[in-house]
Design a protein around this ligand. Structure first.
Ligand code: KG4
Ligand code: ZN
Length: 332
């Protein structure tokens, strides 16, 4: 079955063609980052307008690159939520119209489930059950995934998402948006993380996160050290990153032990952080736990993961009608 996947929940307009839920024939991502970075974050109104301009060309390019024709498409999958309403509406309405015109089934995909499905696109995906982390600019959620359709939410952030913390610290250091990649690169220029920023673990046995205290602590540090040199910035970046990945790794390993799970899969923009993946893998190996992370091109928002999740939904008959709407917030 050939599925056209469409993603437009935030600042990437993406389309992909995926065969049988696992074989990526094409994956096109039009990023709006250059526009939003001038404002230090995503401007929702601009995002919707840019999705509108990009969606047609991006879908055409995905079909062309896949070496197929429109007639070869068997089903459509598009992100239904969570995300920015105006942005979601562009991709989901496009998908509805496309599916309706061609009498194809349409899957309305949950963006968080789709991030977990980016692991299904790996050469060797994790078997069930596994502990999944979705860590991005909007979410830091831990799930116990026991089947292709069963995602038990074990913990989530009570304030900022981990990616959001990277973006805010980057802004404090005048390093631009998005913060994750620049903070990671800057942190690599120093081999020490001397500043002891707080690691908020919350209550014993809690799998929730809180990153606002860490963010305030970095802000205070910058405020108290009026002159910040390039070396200071590297030190702050490395120490902040070390605090975030320490908490993420610790909670993930605790969750895996709690459920007696031997597999952990990470997904979402922050999982592109190689320092995080390396540290987690190293700690997990000591406990006999295997860590799975998708290739970098599938860590951030993309439409291949939407098609992968859509495939399993369509196989189950979980399809959408024309009167189904997008949603901004959800839990899975
Ligand atoms: O999944 P994603 O592309 O979009 C959302 O659904 O939010 O994630 C974007 C987030 C941003 O906050 C960005 O700073 C962060 O992922 N990010 C990273 C890295 N690359 C992207 N965070 C840490 N290290 C990275 N290498
Ligand atoms: Zn995302």
């Amino acid at each position: 079955m050939i599925i056209l996947g469409i993603e437009s929940s935030c600042d990437e307009t993406a389309a992909a063609v995926v065969r049988n839920g696992t074989e990526i024939l094409s994956s096109i991502i039009a990023s709006q980052i250059d526009t939003h970075c001038k404002y230090g974050g995503v401007v929702p109104e601009l995002a919707s307008r840019m999705h509108l301009e990009a969606i047609g060309p991006v879908v055409n390019e995905a079909v062309e690159k896949a070496g197929i024709t429109l007639e070869d498409i068997d089903a459509v999958a598009a992100t239904r939520g969570p995300g920015l309403i105006g942005a979601l509406l562009v991709g989901f309405s496009f998908a509805k119209a496309f599916a309706w015109a061609r009498k194809l089934p349409l899957a309305g995909v949950n963006h968080l489930e789709a991030h977990i499905y980016s692991l299904a696109l790996m050469e060797k995906p994790p078997g069930f059950p596994f502990i999944a982390l979705v860590v991005s600019g909007g979410h830091t959620n831990i799930y116990h995934v026991t089947s292709p359709h069963t995602f038990e939410l074990m913990g989530q952030t009570r304030d900022d998402a981990a990616g959001e913390a990277f973006d805010k610290v980057s802004k404090m250091l005048d390093l631009g948006y998005p913060g994750g990649p620049v903070i990671e690169a800057l942190a690599k220029t120093t081999d020490t993380d001397l500043i002891k920023f707080p690691r908020s673990m919350l209550e014993k046995n809690s799998f929730d996160f809180s990153f606002s205290g860490l963010k305030s602590s970095v802000a205070r540090y910058i405020h108290n050290h009026k002159i910040i040199t390039k070396e200071d910035k590297a030190q702050i970046a490395a120490s902040f990153q070390a605090a975030v990945i320490d908490v993420l790794s610790c909670k993930l390993l605790n969750a895996a032990k709690f459920k007696g799970c031997k597999r952990i899969g990470i997904s979402g923009g922050v999982s592109a952080n190689q320092t995080f993946a390396a540290l987690l893998s190293q700690k997990a190996a000591k406990e006999g736990i295997q860590v799975f992370y998708p290739p970098i091109c599938l860590c951030g928002d993309n439409a291949a993961m939407i098609a992968a999740r859509g495939f399993t939904m369509i196989k189950q008959g979980q399809t959408c009608d024309l009167d189904h709407d997008v949603f901004s917030r959800t839990r899975i």
